[in-house]
Design a protein around this ligand. Structure first.
Ligand code: GLN
Length: 308
């Protein structure tokens, strides 16, 4: 790392330029809105402890948060039902795809909160007497992580609910195992709305920073979750956040992160920074190709590797 580079004056435009020639990857095709996403959308953002947020490229262009929501859903579940959430969902990496139809064989619990089964369950654990109340609690909680009011893309939510056959299968399997109390359809509906929350990379970087800074939002100063919760969530991001690519990610990038099929990646460098990248073309594991390359360069340039 060049000693002249600091978090405050790091040249995000130069990083973006370096990664721009990379054109590999294919967009997700699970719903029409992702299949039709602009493949050239490319933004990188960095959020620092002083509340400053900088970006390069498409810093304010909207996209659906998709699986980058999962760490925050886990945090809200931990906040709402305290340690009990850790009895309801595992925390071990699976080595399998994010939508694998698989639960823990001995307990019937989802393997971890970063795969679809786990996120469907954490959505069902947050406070609220009915699905609408839970969806609203989630939208409000995510807004606190973001430091601004977030909204749901209703078309994306509808498609996710309608076309998420594997998610419906997972919810039914959890009902059969007795690990999901909600109706399967309600649980998938709430999860679909959570995935359809609209963000941009600047917002997502602030959300990652809130976890990186022990649960305190650097923009608003609000404590969103307890520091123990933020620590637990970041730990599970480190081991499970990039699914069956988590080991490779932690070796090469070394920053706890969560990938998503919209091509967004949220990163939480403990005590140092939050960052986010969006670029829709994905690799085989559903991680943004440009996002991975940019994250690796960002981490190397700024010395963010937690074991570095
Ligand atoms: N909404 C997507 C799904 O449930 C999220 C998956 C992802 O981003 N990896 O399939």
């Amino acid at each position: 790392m060049s000693p002249t580079r600091t978090l405050q004056d790091y040249d995000l435009d130069a990083l973006r330029e370096r990664v721009l020639p990379e054109r590999a990857g294919t967009r997700a095709d699970s719903i029409p809105q992702l299949a039709e996403a602009d493949p050239d959308l490319f933004g990188i953002a960095l959020a620092l402890p002083d509340g400053s947020v900088r970006s390069s490229g498409d810093g304010r262009a909207p996209f659906s948060i998709q699986s980058a929501v999962k760490p925050f859903l886990f945090a809200l579940a931990l906040a709402d039902i305290d340690g009990a959430a850790l009895d309801r969902v595992g925390i071990e990496p699976t080595g399998e795809a994010f939508d694998a139809i698989k639960l823990e064989s001995d307990t019937g619990r989802p393997p971890n909160p970063m795969v679809n089964a786990g996120a469907i369950l954490t959505c069902a654990l947050v406070h609220g007497n009915d699905p609408e109340a839970r969806a609203e609690r989630i939208r409000d909680g995510l807004s606190r992580f973001a430091g601004r009011a977030l909204s749901v893309d209703e078309d994306v939510a509808h498609s996710e609910h309608l076309l998420g056959d594997r998610n419906h299968a997972l919810a039914h399997l959890m009902r059969a195992e007795g690990t999901l109390d909600d109706s399967a359809d309600d649980a998938v509906a709430v999860y679909a709305r959570a995935c359809a929350v609209v963000v941009d990379v600047e917002t997502l970087a602030v959300m990652g920073a809130t976890l990186a800074f022990g649960g305190v939002n650097p923009l608003t100063g609000e404590r969103v979750v307890a520091s123990e919760i933020a620590r637990d969530v970041v730990a599970v991001m480190a081991t499970c956040g990039v699914y069956d690519g988590s080991g490779r990610w932690m070796r090469a990038v070394g920053v706890p992160a969560k990938s998503s099929v919209s091509g967004a990646i949220v990163l939480s460098a403990p005590g140092t920074a939050g960052a986010a990248i969006v670029s829709p073309p994905l690799d085989e594991q559903g991680t943004s190709v440009r996002g991975r390359i940019a994250a690796e360069a960002l981490s190397a340039d700024l010395g963010l590797h937690v074991f570095g």
